[in-house]
Write a protein of this length. Structure first.
Length: 315
């Protein structure tokens, strides 16, 4: 039987955090979920109440997490556009909040899992992409995540074990309390538009490539990481969390277009439009080395884009 622990989860009301909380509860861990509800409105996860807490408040964090054995820090201003809309707030929450949580982990010597993003890489220049790829973020979101990665590594050194998840582009939904929890990621947006019979608008050039990983797969990485960190030496390790399934944005739109015709009998158009965000990696290669996460925490993706798209269109 797996040993159980008490785990603090920040950002627990959100897209990933609510699923992570559920994964931990399903493994019989006690969970202390907190959120300031800026990105999510989940207040109860399988009978576990999400507490209202701002991660920048160190005293409130220490009180809420007084008895935890490890921390999963998912609270953030999430997404390129949200960070561009209020750069100061994004910096304060993403960098300042992560420093507060990481300092708490340092004070207590607690294992920490923190998700950054492939956005820290910017325009990839080395393939396959690994945790050692040079950091050159092209937008404010990526910059805040890059700075936070540095903070976790610096504060963990010799003090507490940590994993930083360099996660790729998310897609899919998960179910909670009878409702579907999703987010406006590109695949989810295309599926929703296809259901309404609307044109799928691809930001130019359309050939920009990404690795896509399902939210349920990403969430499974957290308890796997926990099992490793509880017996690990102090220090942080960055792990790419990706599926190895790479598509261009235009390929994704065409996949959704074909699936909509097959599954729903709906004809939708695909149109390449001007990109409203100039600060975006546009390379045609985004091959990610998934071996480190597999070897370190036994992580492998189980979902595929096409199967998920067809399942969502069938709903």
């Amino acid at each position: 039987m797996t040993e159980t622990h008490t785990i603090g989860v920040t950002g627990a009301a959100g897209y990933i955090g609510s699923r992570v909380t559920r994964e931990l509860l399903a493994r019989d861990h006690d969970v202390v979920p907190v959120d300031d509800f800026r990105n999510g409105d989940v207040t109860d996860i399988d009978g576990c109440t999400v507490r209202d807490l701002d991660v920048r408040d160190g005293d409130a964090l220490r009180e809420a997490f007084d008895d935890v054995d490890a921390v999963m820090h998912l609270a953030a201003v999430s997404g390129v556009q949200s960070c561009a809309d209020d750069e100061a707030e994004a910096f304060d929450v993403n960098v300042g909040g992560t420093e507060t949580v990481a300092w708490f982990a340092r004070e207590r010597g607690l294992p920490l899992v923190f998700p950054c993003s492939m956005a820290i890489v910017g325009e990839p220049t080395e393939f396959p992409i690994t945790a050692d790829h040079p950091r050159a973020p092209v937008n404010h979101y990526g910059l805040t995540k890059k700075m936070s990665e540095d903070d976790v590594h610096d504060l963990a050194n010799g003090e507490f074990p940590a994993h930083v998840f360099m996660k790729s582009n998310l897609y899919g939904h998960h179910e909670l309390n009878g409702r579907s929890i999703g987010k406006n990621t590109v695949i989810n947006i295309f599926v929703d538009r296809a259901k309404r019979g609307e044109t799928l608008e691809v930001h130019a050039p359309g050939t920009q490539s990404r690795d896509f990983v399902h939210v349920k797969d990403v969430a499974r990485a957290y308890p796997r990481s926990l099992e490793t960190l509880l017996d690990a030496e102090p220090g942080a390790t960055t792990l790419p969390i990706a599926s190895g399934e790479e598509h261009s944005i235009l390929e994704i739109a065409e996949l959704v277009q074909e699936a909509a015709a097959d599954v729903r009998g709906t004809d939708v158009d695909v149109e390449v439009v001007e990109n409203p965000r100039g600060s975006e990696a546009a390379g045609e290669d985004f091959t990610v080395d998934t071996s480190t996460a597999r070897e370190t925490i036994g992580f492998e993706a189980e979902h595929t884009v096409e199967d998920t798209v067809r399942e969502l269109l069938a709903e």
